[in-house]
Design a protein. Structure first.
Length: 234
């Protein structure tokens, strides 16, 4: 098996049910028996209508949501770690070294500048300070963030600019596994093209990517394989 064929992420029998606390604790099953894997060097895309649980799958893999059944196996070096049962500290270590996540929302520390936010993500992954800053500059330039804004806090930016900072932060590190939750939402054509190139580059480096893309053009360009989430409906 070549490196490009190596499974990096495997879900087996994963289930998710939400408890509606404002509706007398009604149980709302969302997903059942989710099963697929993602290999090194590919971008797999979660597909299906809105509300089928695509974002919930990403959040369970990242550990933001608890899976109610099954296993979520992540390859961490030579070890497989089950996120569904791992201790919180183990999940945090996975986030630092193995799993990156680009969400739809930017959450940052107030008054910290955009350049520092992106560089910090690279430093946390292990890049030296100078190289981390250089990497942050490269990404912000590629995403058309004007240099005059680099030292300003993203809270002062437009929604599209904040999303570009979020993308830059997600790609600043070289996590072997990268989760993408609608990264091109609210972007113009030039910046969508930049994100597509980031994905190509990460795939060529052996990264395993799992994403949600509502833009059909972007989806068709980056997807090596689509996974119909509607077939996992509970």
């Amino acid at each position: 098996m070549s490196v490009a064929d190596t499974p990096m992420l495997r879900l087996e029998g994963v289930a998710k049910t939400f408890v509606m606390h404002l509706s007398s604790g009604v149980m709302l099953p969302i997903l059942s028996n989710v099963a697929f894997d993602v290999r090194a060097g590919e971008c797999a895309v979660l597909d299906g209508p809105s509300g089928t649980g695509k974002s919930s799958i990403l959040k369970m893999i990242y550990g933001n949501y608890r899976a109610d059944g099954g296993t979520i196996l992540v390859r961490d070096g030579l070890e497989w770690v089950d996120v569904a049962s791992a201790a919180p500290r183990r999940v945090l270590r996975l986030r630092k070294a193995t799993i990156g996540y680009v969400s739809q929302y930017l959450r940052t520390i107030p008054r910290v500048g955009a350049l520092d936010i992106v560089a910090a993500a690279a430093r946390e992954y292990g890049l030296a300070a100078d190289r981390a800053t250089e990497r942050a500059r490269e990404l912000l330039s590629s995403l058309s963030i004007p240099e005059r804004l680099w030292h300003l806090p993203p809270a002062t930016f437009s929604g599209g600019e904040q999303q570009r900072i979020n993308i830059a932060r997600g790609f600043a590190a070289a996590h072997p596994i990268l989760l993408l939750d609608e990264p091109t939402a609210s972007l113009d054509a030039a910046n969508r093209a930049a994100v597509v190139e980031f994905i190509y580059t990460r795939k060529r480096a052996g990264g395993a990517l799992l994403g949600i893309f509502h833009d059909d053009d972007v989806k068709s360009r980056v997807a090596d394989r689509t996974i119909d989430v509607s077939r996992f409906a509970a």
